[in-house]
Design a protein around this ligand. Structure first.
Ligand code: TXA
Ligand code: MG
Length: 323
């Protein structure tokens, strides 16, 4: 594995060449770091699953640099999906669309739809543009963590998660800390009306505003979708996350700044608003692991806007445990 450190343009060209030749490249996005492979190369994509330790029937998001490539991967794109794409791409949103022949079973986990995202991070976009200029059509990239673990938001976390599993020709591009800190909003666009599968920075309110409709949010008993981000236990640190403020002495504690630390608890983050909460959430869970804390109380916020995504990740990290 090589950690890039030369001139940015050369690094990106090297990384794009590595992708074209079938290697893996971990790269920053505005949400979290992704572990990329050429989405048309079955062997390269199968290495993503090995490196992550992820079951192979779980689909991957294909990243492209512009909507020019959208029709290559997807078909029968509904009007509302085009509206969302025009408004929120490049950005922290993934659309699930009916797949074209290019989206093989090894990308979609055998489903008839494909997840597509155009990220807004400069390095991610430059990498995708360079990769496409070399003939590539899309980069499959899940979050760059081991299966079920917390998504990495900086290069050190990527190295800790995956360093020992990457090969010599694989690369990690350094883009500092991810601005948003939690994964993209996923919207199922395969039905007459959109359904939110995973809340994110692009909030339900923002989407409703653009589409002038009321949205459905996925409830796991309604729609049979194959998405590990939808499993009950996901994004978890080693310690047990508890989604309330009843921390005992020695427990970790994460809450908005105005909430006082219970006596003896170890404050891991005091975000001043929801943006900062999303930014600090995974970082504070990793800090808890570094401190070998066995319990981390993470206090949910009001369930509006970005708050829905923050609460979703807190509940997922807790595995549904409430005490
Ligand atoms: O912000 C993000 O979305 C990051 C960055 C790297 O782009 N990527 C990411 O990928 O979070 P991943 O694989 O860790 O999570 C994507 C989720 C998974 O739960 C996956 O199963 C689901 O999206 N997904 C992908 N394609 C899908 C599809 N065709 N249908 C339903 N769910 C899909
Ligand atoms: Mg993930």
């Amino acid at each position: 594995m090589s950690l890039t450190s030369g001139s940015p343009a050369l690094e990106i060209r090297d990384a794009a060449t590595a992708l074209i030749s079938g290697s893996l490249v971990a790269f920053p996005t505005e949400t979290v770091y992704g572990l990329g492979a050429d989405a048309c190369n079955k062997d390269a994509v199968s290495r993503i699953y090995k490196v992550k330790g992820r079951p192979t029937n779980h689909p991957l998001i294909v990243h492209i640099s512009s909507t020019n490539l959208l029709q290559r991967w997807a078909k029968d794109i509904p009007d509302y999906a085009n509206k969302l794409a025009n408004k929120f791409w490049p950005g922290p949103m993934t659309l699930i669309l009916p797949r074209s022949d290019l989206a093989k079973d090894f990308i979609t986990g055998g489903q008839n739809n494909v997840g597509i995202r155009i990220p807004s991070h400069n390095i991610a976009l430059s990498l995708l543009e360079e990769f496409e200029s070399l003939g590539g059509l899309g980069v499959a990239a899940p979050s760059a963590n081991r299966f079920g673990k917390v998504s990495p938001t900086n290069i050190l976390d990527v190295k800790i998660e995956l360093g020992e599993y990457l090969g010599r020709a694989d690369q990690i591009l350094d883009g500092g800390s991810c601005e948003i800190g939690i994964e993209s909003t996923i919207i199922d666009c395969t039905q007459p009306n959109p359904v939110i599968l995973r809340p994110g920075f692009i909030s339900i309110e923002m989407i409703e505003d653009i589409l002038s409709t009321n949205l459905q949010i996925h409830n796991s008993t309604q729609i049979p979708v194959n998405a590990p981000g939808l499993l009950a236990f996901h994004y978890s640190p080693n310690g047990q996350v508890v989604p309330n403020a009843n921390a005992k002495p020695g427990d970790g504690f994460v809450a908005l700044a105005h909430i006082p630390t219970p006596p003896g608890a170890i404050r891991l983050a005091s975000p001043k608003d929801y943006n900062e909460y999303a930014y600090l959430l995974y970082r504070s869970l990793r800090l808890a692991d570094n401190k070998k804390l066995t319990k981390i109380h993470v206090v949910p916020v009001e369930d509006v806007g970005l708050g829905k995504a923050i609460n979703n990740r807190i509940i997922k990290a807790s595995g549904g445990i409430t005490e």
